[in-house]
Write a protein that binds this ligand. Structure first.
Ligand SMILES: Cc1ncc(COP(=O)(O)O)c(C=O)c1O
Length: 507
């Protein structure tokens, strides 16, 4: 069946898709898999999807030539250095990565970008204020970092883009950063969708007011920001600690990442200690060697250049059918830069939901996006994509537009927009996320939760911004919003179906 599908894709478009080729190769090679997981992976692979999701290598063998997967799966043996106290080959590879990405020092991470965010917060010196600035729309690893560090959040509020109903940026001037009272300012640059606020302005503001507050940047989705094709890297702009989730867009293996540091605002010793505390004592050399190679491949701007041309063509072909995020959006709704390698489309104007569109794209064109919600689909490029992949995506989107035109419209754009979730004003923080996490809790009926300190973090998705964070006090507005919450995707709400909520017990 897969063979038929793969051949059909090739025949329709005449464009080779990396994943199709790999799927065929593995079929020819045979190989038996044992167990549900192995079977599931094999079954998935056989479908030959074209990847518009992480990891960035997209299954291309060329990034792993000369890499002996079994032979290199080693532990810290003589001559192989020590991950937590490197002085040999690991130190050398990290030094080279620092050179490539423009850091003073680089740490390879083997527990994903997640551990980078957590280590950033543990690195902060104990301050009297014990508060940290974070975006309310941060990744959940930042919320975990709050729990681990005990720091209290001072939230930056994102601007919700009306066309996409997503948090795509914010206005630095309007935020009023309380520099004097915080241990650090943590920001995400770029967002999952490739948009970014004005980081330069934030850094300028710190200097203008004469503060020494460390600026920590989650650049998980922008490891590839090297050279003129992309927005400037946070390191180049002057951030103190910068996280790259290298596996997302570069060629390293899933779960590999890098944490870069420059300047003297954060203690290197404490950073080392934090990473040692959080990371495995059995580092995977496969992850490490893949990071080393990813740095070298990242220098090859030509790989991205040919993709950019195809993306421009895609925009030209489909912009009359979809609302597609583009360079024209720069300067609006807190968006200062846009990364063209993230393709975000909104399907409202088609009159069919994004999940249905994804079904069409997967079934008919073997296109696998990174993520989608009720009205948006995100296609993410990586260094391993080919121009052919983007041509395939362009054709599939043109075909989708035609299909939508002929299909019966289930919902008008206006109706869907009216049904969208709107974020109520943020409630008061009573307990730090750490204290709320460790407090004893009980589940009560949602309708009885007014005034209670909530013990879980609940986010509607989209836009993925928490409506209430653990440790905050339930307000009438939030309760009203939750009681009328319809179906849809909720993150972190254990009792959505039973209409219950976790609250902190009286202390
Ligand atoms: C903005 C952001 N930061 C950090 C992470 C965590 O990275 P990783 O998945 O490599 O642990 C993610 C993951 O999606 C993310 O989107």
């Amino acid at each position: 069946m897969w063979m038929k599908n793969s051949l059909t894709y090739d025949k329709i478009d005449g464009i080779p898709c990396v994943k199709c080729i790999l799927a065929k190769t593995s079929q020819v090679n045979g190989g038996s898999s044992v167990g549900a997981l192995g079977e599931g992976l094999r079954r998935y692979q056989k479908q030959g999807f074209c990847s518009f999701h992480t990891p960035g290598h997209k299954g291309r063998q060329e990034f792993f030539n000369d890499l002996d997967f079994l032979g290199f799966d080693l532990t810290e043996l003589p001559g192989l250095d020590m991950f937590h106290a490197p002085s040999g080959i690991i130190a050398k590879a990290q030094k080279r990565a620092a050179e490539i990405f423009g850091a003073e020092e680089t740490f390879f991470l083997i527990n994903g970008g997640t551990v980078g965010n957590q280590a950033m917060f543990l690195t902060l010196e104990d301050t009297a204020s014990k508060r940290v600035i974070v975006e309310r729309s941060s990744h959940r690893s930042v919320m975990a970092a709050l729990v681990l560090s005990g720091l209290r959040p001072e939230y930056l509020r994102p601007t919700i883009h009306p066309d996409f109903n997503l948090a795509l940026g914010f206005d630095v001037e309007k935020q009023g950063i309380p520099w004097q009272e915080v241990a650090a300012c943590h920001v995400t640059y770029p967002s999952y969708y490739g948009t970014a606020f004005n980081l330069n302005q934030l850094l300028d503001e710190r200097m203008r007011w004469g503060f020494n507050t460390p600026i920590l940047v989650d650049q998980a989705h922008g490891s590839h920001y090297l050279g003129p094709l992309f927005p400037p890297s946070a390191l180049k702009l002057g951030a103190d600690l910068v996280l790259h989730s290298s596996h997302k867009t570069l060629s390293s293996l899933t779960q590999s990442a890098m944490l870069h540091v420059q300047g003297s605002r954060v203690s290197r010793t404490r950073l080392r200690q934090s990473l040692e505390l959080l990371q495995s004592s059995s580092p995977s050399y496969l992850l490490l060697v893949s990071l080393e190679r990813a740095g070298e491949f990242a220098l090859d701007g030509g790989r991205w250049e040919c993709l950019q041309e195809e993306v421009e063509n895609l925009h030209r072909q489909v912009e009359s059918s979809f609302r597609i995020l583009s360079a024209k959006d720069v300067g609006t709704y807190g968006i200062h830069t846009i990364d063209w390698s993230k393709i975000l489309i909104n399907t409202l104007s088609l009159g069919i939901s994004a999940p249905r569109c994804v079904e069409y794209l997967r079934k008919n064109f073997g296109i696998e996006p990174e993520l989608w919600d009720e009205e948006n689909i995100l296609f993410m490029l990586g260094i391993g994509n080919t121009p052919g992949d983007i041509q395939r995506l362009t054709k599939s989107l043109e075909s989708l537009a035609k299909f939508a035109h002929s299909a019966s419209r289930v919902e008008s754009e206006k109706r869907v927009k009216n049904k969208r979730f709107r974020i109520p004003p943020p409630p008061q923080l009573v307990l730090s996320p750490r204290n709320a996490f460790f407090a004893s809790k009980r589940q009560i009926p949602l309708k009885e939760s007014l005034g209670q300190i909530v013990g879980e973090t609940i986010s509607p998705y989209p836009p993925g911004v928490p409506i209430i964070v653990m440790g905050e006090q339930m307000t009438g507005e939030v309760l009203g919003a939750l009681l009328t919450a319809g179906e849809g995707r909720w993150q972190g709400w254990d009792g959505f179906k039973s209409q219950t909520i976790w609250i902190v017990e009286e202390r």
